[in-house]
Write a protein that binds this ligand. Sequence first.
Ligand SMILES: [Mg+2]
Length: 256
Amino acid sequence: MRLAAVLTDLDGTLLDHGGLLGPEARGAIEELRRRGIPVVPLTSKTEVELRDLLAELDLGMIGGFENGAGIVGPAGVVVSDRVLDIETLHAHLEELSVLTGLPLRPVSALSPTELRRITGLPRTGIAAMLARRFGIPFLAPGGTGNELVLAVARLPGVRLTRGGLFWHLSGDHGKEDALGLLLRTGLVERPLAGLGDAPNDAGFLAECDVAVLLPGPSGTVDPALAAAVPAGRSAPFPAGRGWAAAVSALLREESR
Ligand SMILES: [Mg+2]
């Protein structure tokens, strides 16, 4: 199979803890570039963060932002018709707080010091993270996941996602919607390889021709992700090192 593109999650998949690109992953990106295979990030990050990373990693101009809220391409931005704006989402978050009786704190209500402590991001990184147009990251008390999931099911057109640090409330879109937009606009073609490490990657991974699941720092693949993508193969290491090993294996199979 001659791969047409590699779709990838960023944090914990292509990037190591702290958002860094390791030497192995950098080498694998260069090998893909030599072969003319584009690397297309599908991320929960904002459009601003995505554009910064596309430039910094020299990945080209294509990617999906805010969990499938939209895509960037050479001709500009295309936004999914499933998005909800921030005002609507804040109203839904309040509704969710009432339905569950839980104190839910959106990132916009956290102090810069709290945000730096939680995310480990520098001041500039925090500004980019807050430039969110189609989703609200929020904190909920520990162990309340089931209550949140049940309550969100009563809010039509709204999706709840668990990120590494925050819960996210958004319109009912996921990274699979970004993939749909990329295919429809002709920005990517099949066959596609996809790599991800978390349940919010399952939607697009299930639609890729080859899916690679990255283990977490403990060395095991997230069980919810593994269950949602049964055809997925596991990378041998977490994050960038595993990404590079999995991509090398795919390229070896390709040239066979
Ligand atoms: Mg991830």
